[in-house]
Design a protein around this ligand. Sequence first.
Ligand code: HMG
Length: 384
Amino acid sequence: MKVGIDKIGFYSPDKYIDMVDLANARNEDPNKYLIGIGQKKQAVIPNTQDVVTMAANASQKIINDDDKKSIDLIIFGTETGVDNSKSAAIYLQNLLKLNASARAFEIKQACYGATAGLQMAKEYVTNHPNKKALVIGADVARYGLNTPGEVTQGGGAIAMVVSTNPSIASFDGESAFHSDDIMDFWRPLYRTEAVVDGHYSNNVYVDFFKDTWDKYNQMNQLSVDDYKALTFHLPYVKMGIKGLRAVLTEASESKQEELKNEFNFSKIYSENIGNLYTGSLYLSFLSLINNSNDLQSGDRIGLFSYGSGAQGEFFSMKLEQNFKNNDSVEDINSMLNNREKLTIDEYETMFNNWIPIKNVNMNLNWQSDDAEFFLKALKDNQRI
Ligand code: HMG
């Protein structure tokens, strides 16, 4: 029995800044951001969007009435939760009018949360083949104005339906994991921006990738030649290139070219959005299947998930018959092409006004938000 990803939806708000503008404002050479970091544009999140509304906007693109009846597991991966107690999954369940006979909860381990959810959903659906699961990865990546991490911010949501006989890709083999108590990136409860040891985090990421890659291939008796493409958690595009380079020497010259070409398709969405934290790996997977022209059903795709702190996991999936969905291609192209470009001044104001956590009562400028789901106000400590 095949189990895997049946549908993927993506949403990111309709505002962005250009990395050349940001570089100029920060007195950096634009090529540092464009080539050294690998980013072109960065999504900016208005205060009318949080992880709940973004997840609802991503999910409503893919969920139909049949899914609403069959989904009885809702797992929300995020490190940008809106409440220390109530899970974002419960809000989402209500907004989407999902089945009330469901388990709904939130899960956290930095950028790894959606992968934890996906793997739990795999086990659940394997044991309950007539059921489906909804897995979310939604976040707002914030490091702060004028910080080295600023160029790697971003935000948005990925929604995935996991089922038997999936349309997009099925799980293939047992995953390899690695975890260790590491202070490379974290966010204490009182902060809305991450604390990060940037260069150290880059090194740990590559070490975790190599460890899980070697283990996975040994466990499943595979080598680099068995993969059509490798996809990575992309905190910024250059990080994925560093990961890829770490294993390219294991491949023949023609295979190296193929893996580099496919990587270029997998980075297109991320270089225009920035870091999604939990959703980033799945955004690069979606970018690959939506943009590459030479994939076929049966191709094996490697996926490396990394969550600071730190947890790594490598696994692979095989593409299914209907992996390419033209509606998704058009939807995302139109979403990316119709965004409003902000000046750096406008972005800084929006950044400083995002989620006014201290305000228990406040009306928000929701009339300017075109999304189907948005935050209207904060009232009596509730989000409306
Ligand atoms: P930095 O110190 O400003 O940049 O911060 P740099 O000096 O290291 O330069 C970056 C690259 O640009 C270098 O290339 C330079 O050579 C190059 P590299 O050596 O890396 O190949 N460069 C240029 N290239 C062309 N033309 C030029 C030029 N100038 C320089 N003129 C850093 C960079 C990534 C550290 C910073 O942005 C940061 O701290 N980001 C946040 C942390 C991060 O994303 N870490 C990634 C791994 S951890 C992870 O993935 C988990 C995470 O998603 C969180 C979670 O799990 O929840 C972050």
